[in-house]
Design a binder for this molecule. Structure first.
Ligand code: GLN
Length: 243
């Protein structure tokens, strides 16, 4: 009887182990889903270039992608703390961020652009000095603008959409933000335009905890394959009309 019980127990444990093994591992990606066309909501689903590229990476790794939408400035702390496996949010690689997290290869280029009101006071980069600048908190637009024009000139908003609303209301004279979201905002709001000059050119990449080199290497390898076989470009073309 005892033997039988032991056998049954062993069988049960094996079964439990097998069940565990079958469960698809989850890849959690932190993002800020207010950044079209990289991440934004379509209904209650987060879509966009980052969401789709991450899904392709997860598929390659046999993992299930879970997207968590958080404030942009909590992505890096959350990744550092191991709350999320990675952060993907049109995030620029900067020297300062590299001291906190590690980055994958770059999969896209971002350009900091300046949105102004048509016929407004800011007509070129030279006009920005002395004006109020709207930015998204903790983004590179915020960092550059604060460095160059001083904290007092910069008004920080939770996301680009709110910053653009402030511009429309005349609370700020321009908004410094990445070019693709800039285009999206200008397309859906009358009376806005993007200055011709590029303010800064930067690389987007996926961030990881410095400790998690194993995952970083796996994701990076998958990403490189997806870049090499044209899959990433396909996703980009779907969201950004090549013209
Ligand atoms: N590329 C910018 C940055 O990394 C903005 C990213 C974002 O707002 N999602 O700071």
């Amino acid at each position: 009887m005892k033997k039988l019980l032991a056998l049954a127990l062993a069988a049960l444990m094996l079964f439990a182990l097998a069940a565990c093994g079958e469960k698809t591992p989850v890849l959690t990606m932190a993002t800020n889903a207010e950044f079209p066309p990289y991440e934004y909501y379509e209904g209650d689903k987060v879509v966009g270039i980052d969401a789709e590229v991450a899904a392709l990476i997860a598929e390659k790794l046999g993992m299930e992608l879970e997207i968590v939408d958080v404030a942009f400035d909590s992505i890096i702390p959350g990744v550092q703390a191991g709350k999320y496996d990675m952060g993907m949010a049109g995030m620029t690689v900067t020297e300062d961020r590299l001291t906190k997290v590690s980055f994958s290869s770059s999969y896209a280029t971002g350009v900091q652009s300046v949105i102004v009101k048509e016929g407004g006071a800011v007509k070129s980069l030279d006009d920005i000095s002395g004006k109020k600048i709207g930015v998204q908190t903790s983004t590179t637009g915020d960092i550059y603008a604060s460095d160059e024009f001083g904290e007092d000139a910069v008004v920080k908003y939770d996301n680009g959409a709110v910053a653009v609303q402030s511009l429309i209301l005349g609370k700020v004279d321009c908004v410094i933000i990445d070019n693709e979201p800039a285009k999206s905002y200008v397309a859906v709001n009358e009376g806005l335009e993007i200055l011709d000059t590029e303010y800064a050119v930067e690389d987007y990449a996926i961030c990881f905890s410095k400790e998690n080199t194993e995952l970083k290497d796996k994701v990076d390898a998958a990403l490189k394959e997806l870049i090499a076989d044209g899959s990433v470009q396909k996703v980009v073309d779907k969201y950004i009309n090549a013209d």
